[in-house]
Design a protein around this ligand. Sequence first.
Ligand code: IPE
Ligand code: IPE
Ligand code: MG
Length: 245
Amino acid sequence: MKKGEQFQFTHPLNHVAFIMDGNGRWAKKRMLPRSMGHRAGVKNVKKIVDLCFYKYDIFACSLFTFSTENWNRPPREIKYLFKLLKIFFQENIQEFLEKGTRVVVSGDLDDKRIPDDVLTTMKDAIYRTKDCNNHIFNVLFNYGGRREIVAMTKKVVDQVQAGKLDARYISEATLKHFLYQPKLPELDLLIRTSGEYRLSNCLLYEICYSELIFVSTFWPDFNESDLVSCFKDYEGRNRRFGGIK
Ligand code: IPE
Ligand code: IPE
Ligand code: MG
């Protein structure tokens, strides 16, 4: 690729997910409070997601913003993260609408610990963008892969008990139907920043054949050139899906 030339995919990449990690360490390195790391992190979300959607034309983007385990953090940090998320939604809803980007939120939204104003802002964005079809922005919030599998199991059991589903015919397609986002394309690529080599309960069911990339950069520093390096790495992968290629 020559300087100034834009990266183009030759392999399809319809759905990318990010585990944005390292906000706290980014701040610590600069002797700033962790909250400043989160602030810089959320700012970077907009940059990276915009690039994925509008420059590299990726249809769906999932972003891990708060895990079911993140309740283990100090209440002040949780409160600040929620505040940032609320502002993020409020500030960007208009642009999502203009650009035809549908916002969906995946996670346990029945959790009573989630403040009402945060939930209302998210539900408003979901409702207002429900007919947008150019891109899908999937916000993983109070999300846990295991929690999703439990929710899916309960829904399947409900259907069976209500006589709407014959247990003998439960298939992979049946289960998929009861995921938080059954209509999203298969997850092609997952990128985790900050040098941690784990999934931390992210998209456990969906990740089956995704390509995984772990980079050492802290999320607030993850920029377009890092993103393009990930895309090039992805392009070089030989996705065999169990076959021979
Ligand atoms: C990721 O950054 C942001 C969220 C979990 C919301 P961290 O806060 O986990 O940053 P580190 O891992 O402590 O550096
Ligand atoms: C994963 O990051 C969750 C999000 C990015 C929202 P964590 O920082 O919470 O993960 P661990 O604790 O290092 O596994
Ligand atoms: Mg972390």
